[in-house]
Design a protein around this ligand. Sequence first.
Ligand code: ZN
Length: 194
Amino acid sequence: MRDILDRARAGFYQVARIFGAKVKSMSVLSILEFPDPRLRTRAEPVRVFDARLKQLVADMFETMYEANGVGLAATQVNVHQRVLVADMSDERNRPLALINAQILEKSGSQVYQEGCLSFPGLYADVTRALEVKVKAQDVDGNEIIVEAEGPLAVCIQHEMDHLEGKVFVDYLSSLKRALLLKRLDKQRKQAASA
Ligand code: ZN
């Protein structure tokens, strides 16, 4: 537990370094959980790169680190703008924020066991592209190109799906999805009665 908290702190300091004095404090936002219909909302492009956007990104990092997640889309905190954050590093010190991300190229394929902060405790194998080249903007509106492969490529594709109102269980067969959702339901009931 201490380890997780230390890593969350490390992430916090990295984020604080990106934003400097622009963001005074960060808050943990509440995460929508499946089957909340708001998870099906399509996000709008970000047009204004202001202090509010920086605050949103900082809060999303704080929320992701606090939940010990590796990625978070704005959709999941009920903000329907094309913003995603990720950090796949073990040390939690490589925060990546992508605004208005678009996939330029993808290649190969990989099967990866995915989880999602909107589906606590649920994991499933999903097939996605192995490598992606993404064009996006940073929090100041500068264009950035990110070439990712392996787990980071999975993470970016997973979070970009959220911004389209899509979730990872959508990729599963209906039988597999039904089994998983039943398990999620059971876990929730157990948690509620505990
Ligand atoms: Zn997710």
